[in-house]
Design a protein around this ligand. Structure first.
Ligand code: DQA
Length: 146
């Protein structure tokens, strides 16, 4: 069975109350539940993890090697700053998809740069929580074609 990991970074635990006009009104628990249901329908097993700490996210990426077949990552603001997270994805050589709820390219200049993008198959942004569902489909299709 295909095993996927969704990692959410800083401040995404506040989904639902954090700038709902930008990030939507669904809580992270709701998003994770919808994703888990969708993954099951796709015949995949899904684990979800959120942390506000860069090192914990890196540890989860390292631990994914051997346990998971692919990673979906919304690194939050670390997207725009973290060479360490980019290196972690390169290091484990697992296919990964980058997700952002908002369209980072239509926002402030500093959000246009993503270190994560260099290490992933592709980026999905601007579709709200639907982005995670699209990422599951993309990873399942990618892994099936490997
Ligand atoms: C985000 C976009 C980032 O710029 C921001 O720092 C976040 C959320 C998104 O999902 O749209 O925390 O990754």
């Amino acid at each position: 069975m295909t095993k996927l990991l969704i990692l959410n970074g800083p401040n995404l635990n506040l989904l639902g109350t954090r700038q709902p006009e930008v990030y939507g009104s669904e809580t992270l628990a709701m998003v994770e539940e919808t994703c888990t249901r969708h993954a099951t329908e796709k015949g995949a097993d899904l684990r979800c993890f959120q942390s506000n700490h860069e090192g914990e996210l890196i540890d989860q990426i390292h631990a994914a090697k051997g346990l998971h077949d692919g990673i979906i990552l919304n690194a939050g603001a670390y997207t725009h700053t973290s060479v360490a997270l980019m290196d972690a994805i390169f290091s484990v050589e697992l296919p990964a998809v980058e997700v952002h709820l908002s369209n980072i390219h239509a926002r402030e200049e500093f959000r246009h740069t993503s270190y994560i993008s260099r290490a992933v198959i592709g980026q999905i942004c601007g579709f709200g929580s639907l982005g995670y569902i699209l990422a599951i489909d993309a990873l399942v299709a990618h892994l099936g074609a490997e």
